[in-house]
Design a protein around this ligand. Structure first.
Ligand code: G4P
Length: 296
């Protein structure tokens, strides 16, 4: 889903979120594990001040496991609770209820001291488009949930989904804008297909992706696109254009006269990356590790 954000939309979304946030105890923020910072909304920390915070590293199946661990540690150090999930398959979702209890321990204690027992924690799911909010709500809430009626103050149309005795979820996720004015972020979001490819044309996007892979995951391109006898050839021996030409060759994307079809090759490498066929790849590393190269 590509949403065009305009200042008016952002003001409206922010206002709605401010209202909804008054009603909840916990913000469940989904990020894309391949780009955990680039896929965050720039204003969420300010909007969520004073609320318990849970980050879900979603699409963790597409990101490198080593980096998933590194990001989990990084976010925890910043004071967030973190769970690695795959909203599509449901992996990791079982842990969430326990972590929510932990994240809202103070509130639960406070309620208990006031004699309020078993009031469910109320949570809201937020994230930029395409991080997997609706997939997550569907898998997490599943069929087991019951919708409770409208309650005063909740944005019109919103309802609470009672997940179990301890947790209620606002049924509509808070869709927020990405930090798209930052070019690096724009490029990362274009790689994962979360913004229009218009930021760069596909050929340029593919060449940027190839450059990134050659630097941080030098074994990936040879493994997928070179014949066995050439896989061991030292990395970095091909330019981006030569890689596109190689991809066109192995996939039989040739124009009349045998010229490589660079456009088709570019689409193939981008699609292979987005679908996970190139392997599990994280595109953004925790800030302290920015300079380090990674081995999956
Ligand atoms: P949104 O509400 O935040 O906009 O995101 P949505 O749930 O629509 O998910 C966007 C895409 O990401 C969907 O794929 C969805 O299946 C996929 N997705 C969500 N969570 C995960 C995950 O943990 N792992 C993987 N690999 N994919 C995930 P789609 O191609 O747009 O739709 P579909 O082909 O699944 O129907």
């Amino acid at each position: 889903m590509n949403i065009q954000w305009y200042p008016g939309h952002m003001t409206k979304a922010k206002r709605a979120m401010k209202e909804d946030i008054k009603l909840i105890d916990l913000i469940i923020e989904l990020v894309d594990a391949r780009v955990p910072l680039a896929s965050r909304n720039p204003d969420i920390d300010e909007l969520g001040k004073g609320k318990a915070r849970l980050i879900l590293l979603n699409k963790s199946d597409l990101a490198s496991e080593k980096q998933n661990e590194a990001w989990t540690a990084w976010f925890k150090k910043k004071g967030f609770f973190v769970v690695k999930v795959n909203a599509r398959s449901g992996a990791g979702l079982k842990q969430i209820t326990g972590v929510v209890q932990e994240a809202c321990k103070e509130k639960i204690e406070r309620d208990r001291r006031r004699g309020i027992l078993n009031r469910p924690v109320r949570a809201m799911v937020v994230g930029i488009p395409n991080v997997g909010k609706s997939t997550f709500i569907n898998s997490f809430a599943g069929k087991a949930c019951t919708k409770t009626g409208n309650k005063p103050g909740v944005t019109k149309g919103n309802q609470w989904i009672r997940l179990n005795k301890t947790l209620e979820l606002l049924d509509t996720p808070g869709i927020l804008w990405p930090r798209f004015e930052d070019q690096r972020v724009g490029l990362l979001l274009a790689f994962i297909g979360s913004i229009n490819d218009e930021i760069l044309n596909k050929d340029e996007l593919a060449m940027e992706l190839i450059r990134f892979l050659e630097t941080y995951y030098p074994q990936i391109l040879p493994q997928r696109y070179l014949p066995d006898e050439d896989k061991e050839v030292s990395s970095g021996s091909r330019t981006e254009l030569e890689w596109l030409s190689q991809i066109a060759k192995v996939r039989g994307c040739l124009l009349k006269g045998g010229e490589p079809d660079y456009g088709k090759a570019a689409a193939i490498v981008i699609d292979d990356f987005r679908s996970g066929r190139l392997g599990r790849i994280t595109l953004e590393f925790p800030p302290e590790e920015m300079e380090e190269s990674c081995e999956n």
